[in-house]
Design a protein around this ligand. Structure first.
Ligand SMILES: Cc1cc2nc3c(=O)[nH]c(=O)nc-3n(C[C@H](O)[C@H](O)[C@H](O)COP(=O)(O)OP(=O)(O)OC[C@H]3O[C@@H](n4cnc5c(N)ncnc54)[C@H](O)[C@@H]3O)c2cc1C
Length: 435
């Protein structure tokens, strides 16, 4: 590629989602001249926020986990993770009652529901030691070996739905057990009082202080690949295309879009096949609503028992009242369709979710419905469900993917995306050191 008057950076990152922002912060901190290009006019991708009638409404992630690689990334660029941890972060909501399991955990929950609790707890303990079931077994199949109790099955389905945006019949059992025994599992989390976008604005500010150039409303049109090596990108700037040279390109656009941006013919055939055949995007339905009357006493996230589709719900203003105009309580409820990894009728599935909300909260019909968003297709809840992730390497030298289609096995959420960024940037830095 003719260098000419092209702009030049050590690294270009495509997309300012969780993975792209964390990669940018880490690259800038490591001393790479880094350009982050985002096609939208805001940061955060599927974990961003918008303003609706004076309410700060989150599009995707709300619960941000302190600690781990995620918070470490903020600290690297000198930023504090601005979250408020609710007094009771996590509870179940069974028969319209809040069930606090924060002290007794799994044994307290299962002990009251099934005589088979001991067997299930034994298997969970085995998983903790690394003894996992066969990967072909779904979480529902695994559980059915020990109990047929409907409430227990409903709770497991809603945990799968709340964390992985899929049904227990769709999630490989080892992925479920890995997450709950070895990963964060949202034991602790908080909400950002400025909406989740506030956390990304802080991370971007830290990255900029370390020299990163972050440009919004600048879509990448193509990735330049020559002789099996990434050479840079072409961007749309105003009404013109411009080439930008870089030896490292990190894509947060998801493997499918990355393949299209680079041209499938420029990737190894096996990688193109994996992108076509292995990815399993997961869907959910997000219902943001507000009520003058409090509808839920628990201040954090609750997971439901027997429902049609509703899986969990957050009471945002209990800890972050500034998310809503005075006198209002802001909630977000999540429902997972059946199937979540295949095609479904969005209208029917949404109606099931709304029926669940009416049933669980008699005051729901008086609430103000702010938005109902079906996350699917090219803007899903997870670009690939846990257990169906692709490698971060694309088979093209200098080109990696980050984000929620290339997670470590059994991981989930923004923490998992931050981890993908660390793993890729560690490789990039190691390659520079040895070059
Ligand atoms: C409803 C919902 C609730 C969730 N709840 C939680 C939660 O509570 N806690 C949690 O930790 N996680 C949660 N998650 C998961 C989490 O939000 C996602 O896994 C994560 O945000 C995905 O980040 P990502 O790195 O894959 O990037 P993405 O969010 O996919 O961002 C990619 C960015 O790339 C940009 N882009 C794409 N193509 C181009 C291009 N050609 N040029 C320039 N830019 C481009 C896009 O515009 C986008 O901004 C939730 C997700 C959803 C949808």
């Amino acid at each position: 590629m003719a260098a000419g008057n092209n702009e030049r950076f050590d690294a270009v990152v495509i997309g300012a989602g969780a993975g792209g922002l964390c990669a940018t912060a880490r690259l800038a901190h490591a001393g790479f001249s880094t350009l982050l290009l985002e096609s939208l006019d805001r940061l955060g991708g599927r974990a961003s926020s918008e303003e609706i009638e004076g309410f700060k409404v989150n599009i995707g992630a709300i619960a941000l986990e302190p600690g781990g690689v995620f918070e470490e990334t903020f600290a690297l660029v000198g930023e504090r993770l601005d979250i408020r941890v609710p007094d009771l972060p996590f509870a179940f909501y069974l028969d319209r009652k809040v069930v606090d399991v924060s002290r007794g955990g799994w044994s307290m929950l299962l002990g009251g529901l099934t005589k088979q609790a001991a067997k299930i707890l034994e298997r969970i303990a085995e998983a903790r030691k690394g003894n996992l079931p066969d990967g072909r077994q779904s979480t529902a199949e695994w559980l059915s070996q020990y109990t047929s109790n409907e409430t227990v099955h409903a709770i497991f389905r809603n945990l799968c739905a709340a964390i992985f945006a899929c049904n227990a019949t769709e999630l490989p059992a080892p992925a479920f057990l890995t997450y709950f025994t070895k990963k964060g599992a949202f034991k602790r989390f908080g909400f950002c009082p400025r909406g989740t976008i506030g956390a990304w604005e802080d991370l971007a500010a830290g990255a900029r202080r370390h020299g990163a150039d972050i440009r919004l409303s600048t879509p990448v049109r193509s990735i330049l690949i020559e002789d099996g090596r990434a050479r840079g990108v072409v961007v749309r700037q105003g009404d013109k295309d411009a080439k930008i040279d870089a030896g490292v390109v990190i894509s947060n656009a998801g493997p499918k879009h990355t393949l299209a941006l680079g041209g499938a013919q420029n990737f190894p055939a096996e990688y193109a096949r994996l992108v076509r055949e292995k990815l399993k995007p997961a869907a959910n339905i997000v219902i943001n609503f507000a009520s003058r009357e409090p509808l839920l006493e628990a201040p954090g996230l609750v997971t439901f028992g027997k429902t049609r589709r509703l899986c969990n719900m957050a009471n945002l203003t209990a800890s972050c009242p500034e998310l809503a105009p005075e006198g209002w309580n802001l909630y977000v409820a999540y429902a997972v369709p059946i199937p979540a990894l295949g095609d479904f009728d969005a209208e029917t599935e949404t109606q099931h979710a709304l029926a669940d909300l009416r049933e669980q909260f008699p005051g729901f019909d008086k609430a103000k419905l702010l938005s109902v968003r079906v996350m699917r297709g090219d803007w899903p809840t997870q670009r690939s469900c846990a257990g169906f992730d692709l490698p971060r390497e694309t088979g093209v030298d200098g080109l990696w993917c980050v984000g929620d289609a290339v997670k470590e096995y059994g991981n989930g959420g923004t923490q998992a995306c931050a981890e993908t960024a660390k793993l890729v940037v560690d490789q990039v830095v190691a390659a520079r050191v040895t070059a």
